[in-house]
Ligand binder design. Structure first.
Ligand code: IPE
Ligand code: IPE
Ligand code: MG
Length: 235
């Protein structure tokens, strides 16, 4: 049997927390709480499988339109994850990075993110990107703005921008292209996630709500990924 090919970068749209909770007769926020435990299962499974990088869509630039109490809960739980799970990330050898826009993001969340980024900066087993206050369009626009600023300041000359130069201006300049994108909850859309990076990603849409998934789900997705033929425009 052929050896399993492990995707280098797996991006995950963790969707369906709210509906899962309502189905269980609970508040939507209980779904986010359950989702946090599942997130750690996927991180552990990712390390175990030998995935190099995982990106988790945690809070989108559009999620600010939710009720103030849900937004508050999501900001607070993001902080808690960074604080409470820091020893686990360290032990697993996981480097944590924040990917997103600064504007509007709570200062206290930013400061927790800075702490964990610093704490795990020498970890090399896997990189986990938390996409918080992240939007694919915002990222592209912010990169263009940076390029224009660089050109104005004389740091960039030439009339054409290369892909490499553009990617250097993204939130995480070292992010690999996404090999496998997984979305839970039955929705089959991208919802403004990593628009640039998913250009040639294989996509898997699962019907399960995020809190109903576990390590086995990721394993099954990697198995499915191995059944795909990636052509990148070639024959
Ligand atoms: C995903 O679950 C988590 C976030 C968007 C933060 P949702 O909160 O979107 O749950 P559904 O999709 O409404 O069920
Ligand atoms: C995408 O889910 C955002 C996150 C998982 C953080 P949403 O629930 O916000 O997306 P839509 O509204 O269904 O497209
Ligand atoms: Mg949703």
């Amino acid at each position: 049997m052929r050896e399993l090919e492990i995707p280098k970068h797996v991006a995950v749209i963790m969707d369906g927390n709210g509906r899962w909770a309502v189905r269980c007769g609970l508040e939507r926020t209980a779904g986010h709480k359950a989702g946090e435990k599942v997130l750690m299962k996927w991180v552990r499974a990712g390390v175990h499988l030998g995935i190099s990088e995982m990106s988790f869509y945690t809070f989108s630039t559009e999620n600010w339109t939710r009720s103030p109490s849900e937004v508050r809960f999501l900001m607070n739980i993001s902080k808690q994850i960074m604080r409470a799970r820091a020893p686990e990330f360290l032990e697993l050898g996981v480097r944590v990075k924040w990917v997103g826009r600064k504007t509007r993001l709570w200062k206290s969340v930013l400061s927790e993110l800075e702490k964990i980024q610093n704490l795990t900066k020498n970890c090399t087993k896997m990189t986990v990107n938390f996409c918080i206050n992240y939007g694919g369009r915002a990222e592209i626009l912010d990169a263009v703005t940076k390029l224009v600023e660089d050109a104005r300041a004389g740091r960039f000359s030439g009339s054409k921008v290369t892909q490499k130069q553009f990617e250097k201006c993204m939130y995480s300049s070292s992010m690999r292209p996404v090999d496998l994108l997984i979305r839970t909850s039955g929705e089959q859309r991208i919802s403004n996630f990593l628009l640039w990076q998913i250009a040639y990603a294989e996509m898997i849409f699962l019907d399960d709500a995020w809190p109903d998934t576990d390590e086995q789900t990721l394993q099954r997705c990697v198995n499915d990924y191995n059944l795909r033929t990636r052509r990148f425009g070639a024959m």
